[in-house]
Design a protein around this ligand. Structure first.
Ligand code: ADP
Length: 637
């Protein structure tokens, strides 16, 4: 190979950081380099086969796609070759010199230096090709893109230390050869038995043949005997698309390996669902729920979706049309027998077949989750902790499956002391008081604020459970959940508190009476606070607190208001209702106050405290402080 135009380039900073971290934290899992390289080789062959659907000349010179693994004990190298799509100079620079993923900087910042945690994070991020440097002190890549001239080959070389060199080469065959120059201490990988067992372990599910040269063993020494004559290649893996095999013949480990291949996740899948559909539509789906959320779960632009195959031929990645956005954590493949091989993204967007596949696949994922919740509550809880917030987008996005999604939701409640979201709505309903016909909830911006909300006082007194919500999305979610199991949801901080069924006639009467008895006080307050509140009234929802504020039935709740304001959005003006506890000594004190100034101080302090208790700031903090200090000074006198 004649090399010309040698050029040395520097890795992107992120790559340097990643390489450094990876070599140190993935050390205990180093054998995965082979899986990563075979996975890339397989993708490269898939891409070529897809391109060749339109241009069959691309495959003409060499139609049998395969991946070959070789080793050389003396040179201490392992070599992986594919006859897939290959790369040209620009491809090499961007693919093997940078990390193109969005969110890379954030990912790198999230690393802690703690080896175990970091290796987990790196796993979620995916390292691919760069994992070569866990075992190799230097790597050569020889590649030529399918369809380009023989002299358009490229040789990439790097010792993983910050830079790489590029040179033009002649390369008769298309595709990519990667030569790993193993570190001396990694020589165990330059071994036929070792490599075969790794291929079977990690790459059995790869649909292409992964081949090695047939070896003959010396019976006494057990050593390899070099086969000098024309090498005879044998296929080491099963080389059959895993999802085409009957479920009963596939082991969990095989499912997990396919998951790792398609998800670029190092970890395990939590659960999967493998189905063959025949009839009007004919397709196979294999859907996975990951154990861990990818590092960029919250990045709206991140690629997502399922892989599409048509009759076993890979067509495209990231087909978003198969699942709604709130199930975007799902990974998997769909292999259709109906779609045309030349199907395009445009066709996918307006196809009846895709629509019905989408609703069937959506149901599959939801069913898989509810099965998991039933069979293994602990695993389901792990799922919820990772992806619960995403699933909460469901009721808004997918009204047809509202009920199914509602069953999958988990909440923190006053029933337990822990902040964990681990109670289902069915759990709640099972514990409802006799006569109770509503599901009560409170939404605040932290669990502590929700738990200590004055609005809960009457519920605690009566022993009625309340759902405690503190995710940003919760109030919005509740806007799309109107009832569960025939019971409607009631925000305890909103409107006239509906305690129907759990309130006695006497209690109702007492509340009315209190409003009559304290008419003068209420009028005085209404006049004083006309600009700030919609109404002032006596309430039975408080036990220990003197006052609280309540949102109008159709007004925006406090949590949502804060989110919108923080996002710089205009929020419609609405005044809350100020409610007082007729039993509270401070309210009695207020009622008896003759001095207008003192009355105004005390009333205003009660209102600001009510705002504080629900997690808001006082409207006018400086005046709140000076009023409070005036009262404190009175005390000191
Ligand atoms: P990932 O596979 O997650 O995209 P990698 O770092 O493993 O990340 O690879 C980066 C890119 O390099 C791939 O997306 C692919 O475009 C290209 N690449 C890697 N290996 C090969 C190969 N054997 N043949 C062709 N392209 C490859």
């Amino acid at each position: 190979m004649s090399e010309t135009q040698q050029e040395t380039l520097s890795f992107q900073t992120e790559v340097k950081q990643l390489l450094h971290l990876m070599i140190h934290s993935l050390y205990s899992n180093k054998e995965i380099f082979l899986r990563e390289l075979i996975s890339n080789a397989s993708d490269a062959c898939d891409k070529l086969r897809f391109k060749a659907l339109k241009d069959d000349a691309l495959l003409a010179e060499d139609g049998d796609l395969a991946i070959r693994v070789e080793f050389d004990k003396e040179a201490n190298t392992v070599t992986i070759t594919d006859n897939g799509i290959g790369m040209n100079r620009d491809d090499v620079i961007s693919n093997l010199g940078t990390i193109a993923k969005s969110g890379t900087a954030e990912f790198l910042q999230s690393l802690t230096g703690d080896e175990r945690k970091d290796s987990q994070l790196i796993g979620q991020f995916g390292v691919g090709f760069y994992s070569s440097f866990i075992v190799a002190k230097a790597v050569d890549v020889y590649t030529r893109k399918a369809g380009e001239a023989v002299d358009q080959g490229i040789h990439w070389h790097s010792a993983g230390d910050g830079e790489f060199s590029l040179a033009d080469i002649e390369r008769p065959q298309r595709g990519t050869t990667i030569v790993l120059h193993l570190k001396p201490e990694e020589k165990e990988f330059a071994d036929g038995w070792k490599l075969r067992s790794l291929i079977r372990k990690y790459s059995d599910h790869i649909a292409l043949p992964v081949q090695m040269v047939k070896e003959s063993y010396d019976a006494e020494e057990g050593e390899d005997k070099a086969e000098v004559k024309a090498p005879e290649w044998e296929t080491v893996n099963s080389a059959k698309a895993l999802w085409t095999r009957p479920k009963s013949e596939i082991s969990d480990e095989e499912y997990q390996e396919l998951y790792r291949h398609i998800s670029h996740d190092f970890g395990d899948a939590l659960s999967w669902s493998h189905n063959k559909v025949e009839g009007k539509l004919d397709y196979t789906s294999l859907l996975y729920v990951p154990k861990k959320a990818p590092y960029d779960m919250w990045n709206r632009d991140r690629v997502r979706g399922l892989k599409l195959y048509v009759q076993r031929v890979f067509i495209m990645d990231d087909v978003e049309q198969f699942l709604p956005l709130y199930l975007r954590f799902t990974k998997g493949i769909v292999d259709s027998n109906d779609l045309p091989l030349n199907v395009s993204r445009e066709i996918l967007q307006s196809s009846d077949a895709i629509d019905s596949m989408r609703s069937a696949l959506t149901k599959r994922v939801l069913d898989m989750l509810s099965k998991l919740a039933k069979k293994s509550p602990e695993d389901y809880q792990a799922f919820w902790d990772e992806f619960g917030q995403v699933l909460k987008e469901g009721p808004a996005e997918d009204p047809t499956n509202n009920e199914k999604v509602a069953k999958l939701l988990r909440f923190a409640t006053t029933h337990t002391d822990e902040p964990a979201q681990n109670q289902s709505l069915a759990d709640y309903v099972g514990r409802m008081k006799e006569g109770q016909d509503k599901i009560y909830y409170v939404a605040a911006d932290s669990h502590a604020t929700a738990k200590n909300s004055p609005h809960l006082e009457v519920f605690r007194k009566k022993g009625i459970e309340v759902l405690l919500m503190s995710d940003r999305i919760d109030e919005w979610l509740m806007g799309y959940l109107s009832e569960f199991d025939g019971k409607s949801f009631v925000d305890v901080a909103r409107g006239g508190l509906d305690l129907s069924g759990v309130e006695t006639e006497e209690e109702k009467e007492a509340q009315k009476q209190a409003n009559d008895d304290h008419k003068d006080l209420l009028e005085r307050l209404k006049t004083l606070m006309a600009d700030e509140v919609e109404d002032v009234r006596m309430t039975h929802r408080l036990v220990d607190s003197p006052a609280c504020i309540v949102v109008g039935e159709n007004d925006m709740g406090a949590q949502m208001r804060r989110i919108m304001e923080a996002a710089g959005q205009k929020v419609p003006d609405s005044k809350p209702i100020f409610e007082l506890n007729p039993e509270h000594p401070l309210v009695h004190r207020l009622e008896q106050e003759q001095s207008e100034e003192r009355f105004s101080d005390l009333a205003s302090i009660l209102l600001e405290q009510a705002r504080l208790a629900e997690g808001s700031h006082p409207k006018d903090a400086a005046s709140y402080v000076s009023r409070l200090n005036r009262l404190l000074l009175d005390l000191a006198r």
